[in-house]
Ligand binder design. Structure first.
Ligand SMILES: [Zn+2]
Length: 302
């Protein structure tokens, strides 16, 4: 049985006021949820180190990085981000962005790498948005291309919301193909242009959704021929998600992840997974939903 690489840091949680839409403990909740399962025994866990300003400037303006580092966001900027600045938020943002890069490197060596964080795809070059401080997907992809570890990267974003920040940061990068499969009538109001946007209607159920996923992953891989894939397994597609508008149940979520991962494994294309969005007042349910991608990774790769 092959072991699966997980990337996690105990400082990932974000201190927030009670009743905030974003579950502040979702990262440690997920870790403890996974710890209870058989998957944990089959995992190798690695901790990321904080990204530095020079590294991060590949995807963000130095001015914005310094605002996050030093707590200099103004009221409007903090509102757009949707999170209150704190030293903890700043520190975890510099950690988590490197967590996706680390999971990517582990994936390239081992076929699969799973991050217990990441998917902050609404973060733009010089501002944060929709609970996303730094864009781990754009950052990791640009760092990998720069280091020549891989030549062509597909970012396959299945969060229910469009990966607008990723699309804009990478709009001029021919080595990275961005595909976002999202709900049309959902945040962000003004959409960016990914290399491929699949816009879906509200209330979509398992059957139609999974068909779209099958066709889209095959199209992206055949058309672009990536040698590495970053997969945003956002769980806000779930029918009980507070911000999602689809009608996908637990089985549909698992099936989606199995479709994507087995397709890539069959072609020997390494894939790193990030957890993406997921919103619920029930912390246990949310942790369970976020654990689905780890179940799928174990099923396909171990
Ligand atoms: Zn989302």
């Amino acid at each position: 049985m092959s072991k699966i690489n997980w990337v996690y840091h105990e400082n990932y949680d974000i201190p927030l006021k009670l009743n905030h839409r974003f579950t502040s403990s979702k990262f440690s909740d997920l870790f403890y949820e996974l710890k209870k399962t058989v998957l944990y025994k089959n995992a190798i866990i690695t901790q990321p180190k904080k990204a530095n300003i020079i590294d991060l400037s590949i995807s963000h303006s130095v001015d914005y990085i310094n605002k996050i580092k030093n707590g200099l966001l103004n009221y409007k900027e903090e509102r757009k981000l949707g999170l209150t600045w704190s030293k903890r938020l700043s520190e975890r943002s510099f950690l988590a962005v490197n967590g996706t890069l680390l999971a990517s490197k582990l994936a390239i060596s081992n076929g699969i790498g799973c991050h217990l964080g990441g998917g902050t795809h609404h973060s733009h070059y010089d501002y944060g948005s929709g609970f996303c401080v730094f864009n781990d997907l754009a950052y990791s992809a640009l760092k990998l291309i720069e280091s020549k570890i891989v030549k062509k990267i597909l970012i396959f974003d299945c969060d229910v919301h469009q990966g607008d920040g990723t699309a804009r940061i990478l709009s001029k990068c021919d080595d990275i193909f961005t595909c976002s499969i999202h709900c049309k009538k959902n945040f962000p109001l003004i959409k960016a242009q990914s290399n491929l946007d699949i816009e879906l209607e509200n209330d979509l159920g398992n059957f139609d959704y999974l068909n779209k996923i099958k066709k889209s992953i095959a199209f992206c891989v055949n058309h672009f021929k990536p040698d590495f894939v970053l997969y945003d397994a956002g769980i806000d597609i779930h029918k009980l998600d507070e911000l999602g508008k689809f009608n996908i149940d637990d089985d549909g979520c698992l099936e989606r992840d199995l479709i994507v991962l087995s397709y890539l494994k069959n072609l020997s294309i390494p894939v790193a997974t990030v957890i993406g969005g997921g919103y619920s007042k029930d912390k246990k349910d949310l942790a369970k939903r976020h654990s689905i991608i780890f179940k799928a990774a174990n099923h396909v790769f171990s």
